[in-house]
Design a protein around this ligand. Structure first.
Ligand code: PLP
Length: 464
């Protein structure tokens, strides 16, 4: 006879965080704790004495080297290659100016970035205009100045068709294509190749007397360390381009493979440090130009190749110098080092375990720290766990490889953005002044009914 079991209440499982430490991959700092007293040929302490802390330093020669590496690798395999530097990745004008000086075109996704490029002397005809939303003014300006406009949606296509009725002669246009390649796929953008949405859009353009489809664009994601994915993207674009040439009688003059080429930065929770995954420009070039070379003869005319690298060009050229302002015991075994650089100016700390090095060589024990920023938010954490020689308030550290998406996604929160300098062999130049109270408050207005004796001296009332 079956014995009746006493009824047990269901208890939902609980999740407990495992203590940081043994399960983590070895901290990068354990391999590279060597001090970094010099940055781009300049003494770090002297830089801070002159410009303050935190301080962002752009190494001009590293920018140039990264550009040359990429263009060199691609041109060796496909001579008709051009690079449009992704302006959103770092839109400090001096950074874009250096890349332009090397020969880069501009890749933009907004009127702001477009005007920035124009202001630096890049003609419209050397600007690739992407992005899911372009205003009517952006479209008019871009078409008028001969930018390569990459259409992203049916609604944008409709607006461009309406605009084209005002053109005196036919203008070239490109189509952004989305391809199911990564997980998650970048399908927010453009027209799907798989569903033939892209084919429909191409047919619609071919029916327009004032539009000529001459280019295909695909930006398949960001930080993609697997060159094979680019090979697949290139194959898909090539097959589509050849189909369009055959079926619609158009000539596809260029293919644009976008950006996303990875750097040595390390994503959170990955087993291997980014450095171990890092792929060379030659690897990417082989993956993309291989299929192109194979198919070249099938085209009416061998197409030009465009690339839009962002992080690959700028990430490793930029460092942030920061000062330890407090060392706290923390609640567990790990101490907390509070530095003056927070996620407001280093938002990529949300994704990366940035490489951080002390400025001075120190003897003695290594300690594990949680490195936190100065903001009044628990999530203001620069590194969850890092092993460094014992830290004290006043110590300087260098956070490396911070050129991509930190300045352009930074926010003014609690603290002003710091000084940005460019270091080169002739010296150091300020390329962005430290922000002031007046800079932040200048656009504000105080309504008349709030003006009284107490507010009368306010800087908001200047000129009243
Ligand atoms: C259309 C386009 N091109 C190029 C880039 C540059 O990407 P990355 O900085 O990963 O090279 C981006 C960024 O997301 C983009 O949206």
């Amino acid at each position: 006879m079956a014995r009746t079991q006493p009824k047990q209440r269901y208890q939902s499982p609980e999740l407990h965080a495992l203590p940081a430490g043994p399960l983590e991959r070895p901290p990068v700092a354990a391999r590279r704790t060597s001090a970094m007293p010099m940055l781009a040929g300049h003494d770090v302490k002297a830089l801070v004495a002159r410009y303050g802390s935190p301080l962002c330093v752009v190494d001009e020669s590293k920018l140039r080297t990264a550009y040359r590496k990429m263009i060199g690798a691609f041109r060796a395999a496909w001579p008709d290659t051009h690079i449009g530097c992704s302006v959103k990745t770092n839109y400090l004008s001096a950074v874009v100016a250096v890349l332009r000086n090397e020969g880069a075109w501009g890749e933009v996704v907004s009127g702001f970035e477009y005007r920035l490029c124009r202001d630096l002397g890049i003609p419209g005809s050397e600007i690739l205009f992407n992005g899911p939303y372009k205003t009517d003014e952006d479209l008019e300006l871009g078409f008028r100045e001969g930018a390569r406009m990459h259409l992203d949606s049916d609604d944008e296509l409709e607006r461009v068709i309406a605009l084209s009725r005002t053109f005196d002669q036919p203008r070239e246009v490109g189509l952004r294509c989305s391809i199911q390649l990564n997980y998650p796929p970048w399908d927010k953008f453009g027209f799907s190749l798989e569903t033939e949405h892209a084919l429909e859009a191409a047919r619609a353009i071919a029916r327009e007397p004032k539009l000529r489809l001459t280019g295909l664009h695909a930006h398949i994601g960001t930080y993609l360390p697997d060159p094979a994915v680019y090979g697949k993207a290139a194959e898909a674009l090539i097959a589509f381009a050849l189909r369009l040439e055959r079926e619609l009688g158009v000539e596809i003059g260029y293919l644009d493979l976008g950006g996303g080429y990875a750097t040595r930065n390390t994503l959170h929770h990955t087993m291997l440090p980014g450095e171990a995954l890092a792929v060379t420009a030659e690897d990417y070039a082989a993956a993309i130009t291989g299929p192109l070379r194979k198919a070249a003869r099938q085209f009416r005319r061998a197409p030009r190749l465009f690339l839009e690298p962002g992080r690959f060009l700028v990430d490793e050229a930029v460092s942030m110098i920061t000062t330890v302002r407090a060392v706290k015991r923390g609640s567990g075994q790990q101490k907390a080092a509070l530095v003056d650089c927070g996620v407001h100016i280093l938002p990529t700390a949300y994704w990366y375990d940035h490489e951080i090095r002390p400025v001075e060589e120190k003897e003695g024990t290594l300690e594990s720290y949680r490195m936190v920023g100065p903001l009044c938010m628990q999530i203001d954490c620069v590194r969850q766990s890092i092993v460094l020689p014992s830290l004290r308030a006043g110590d300087l550290l260098v956070i490396q490889d911070v050129g991509a998406y930190n300045f352009s996604q930074s926010m003014q929160f609690i603290y002003m953005r710091p000084t940005y300098v460019m270091a080169h062999e002739r010296g150091v130049d300020v390329i962005r002044e430290r922000e002031s109270d007046a800079y932040v408050r200048e656009p504000e207005r105080l309504p008349e009914h709030l003006v009284n004796d107490e507010t009368r001296g306010s800087i908001l009332l200047r000129g009243r």
